[in-house]
Design a protein around this ligand. Structure first.
Ligand code: KG4
Length: 338
């Protein structure tokens, strides 16, 4: 029996999870409301909040899993990418924990963990995991990538954003409309009430499978600026249609490149991961492509879309099986590729 404690602290969520033989036993996440009033994550405040949250979150994760710390085989933690101060909290905790219990420590790449979230089993009969090789659209606040997943630790970036991430496009456009932070979930909610064909926004023309979202953000901004000159109540009167049209454009940009990558690589097994994979329009688009192109799709449970330690623990489980442990002098890295 292999029991992994996962620790995630790369941005503004402190999370701990327990996975036993690939099956989820607990996944506790403490968010940080402190950033809301600043309209974005403040790194110093994030590190402080991680310090406050980490011990209670781990206690809760062990309690919910019905285990004690002596039952744990290894501790897996997010080494990067992320905010350095935040990563230091999780890394230091993992070092203390592994040293006190004399168990191995396993470093995890946060981006790989998002992809491997698809291998978390809800129970021992759960066989709904992707088969290698598959494509994964990783869309979050900091990333938009199409990844060719060849094995648990062999992943290749097929395409990626050359500027903003899809989540940033949602958040920045939402901010311009005064919808608060993070705006992605609000846009999603309002989009359900609007007409997606009411407004047209520009889409990038880039060769290959790369993305770009900064042009869309600028065209959205200029469009609103011009309309507000004519009617200062424009946003309030049109926010549902604006959200629906914006969301439709972002999804079309994402799906178009993904479709071409899947077609060219002759892959029919396609997954989505990261915070933006919570978007209902994107989920519906996946269902639609699955019907139209006979894709076998993998859409994560909502709990595994945003940052969580369950994905770190499952990644740790596969590294444990391969004896991939790290040295005690390991340090986090803010920037690293998949
Ligand atoms: O993976 P994630 O939790 O973490 C970071 O990248 O830091 O992703 C967060 C991103 C934010 O941009 C947020 O607005 C977006 O995911 N997001 C959504 C939805 N839920 C979260 N975007 C669109 N629709 C949603 N329902």
């Amino acid at each position: 029996m292999i029991t992994i404690l996962g620790i995630e602290s790369s941005c503004d969520d402190t999370s701990a999870a327990v996975i036993r033989d690939g099956v989820i036993l607990s996944n506790v996440i403490a968010g940080q409301a402190v950033h809301e009033r600043y309209g974005g994550v403040v790194p110093e405040l994030a590190s402080r909040a991680h310090q406050q949250n980490i011990i209670p979150v781990v206690h809760d994760a062990l309690k919910q899993a019905g285990i004690t710390k002596e039952d744990i085989s290894a501790v897996a933690f997010t080494r990067g990418p992320g905010l350095l101060g935040s990563l230091l909290v999780g890394t230091s905790f993992a070092k203390g924990f592994s040293s006190a219990l004399n168990i191995p420590m396993i470093e995890i790449n946060h981006l790989q963990a998002h992809v491997l979230a698809h291998f978390i089993k809800e129970d021992e009969h759960d066989t709904n995991q992707p088969e290698f090789p598959f494509l994964c659209l990783l869309v979050s606040g900091g990333n938009s990538q199409i990844i060719l997943v060849k094995s648990y630790d062999d992943m290749e970036i097929v395409g990626q954003t050359i500027d903003d991430a899809a989540g940033e496009a949602f958040d920045k456009c939402a901010k311009v409309m005064g919808l608060g932070y993070p705006g992605g979930p609000v846009v999603d909610r309002l989009a359900k009430l609007g007409n997606p064909d009411r407004f047209k926004f520009s889409k990038p023309h880039i060769a290959g499978y790369d993305y770009s979202f900064s042009g869309l953000k600028t065209s959205f901004l200029y469009f609103l600026r011009d309309e507000l000159k004519k009617d200062d109540g424009f946003i309030e009167k049109n926010k549902e249609n604006l959200c629906a049209s914006l969301q439709k454009t972002i999804i079309e940009i994402l799906m178009d490149k993904l479709y071409h990558a899947a077609k060219d690589l002759q892959i029919k097994e396609v997954a989505v991961a990261g915070g933006v994979s919570a978007n209902s329009g994107l989920r519906a688009a996946f269902e639609e492509y699955s019907r139209r192109y006979e894709w076998k799709i993998h859409i994560p449970k909502f709990a595994y879309t945003t940052d969580n330690a369950a994905m770190v623990a499952i990644s740790g489980y596969y590294k444990y099986l391969d004896s991939q442990f790290c040295a005690p002098d390991v340090v986090p890295y803010a920037r690293v590729s998949i």
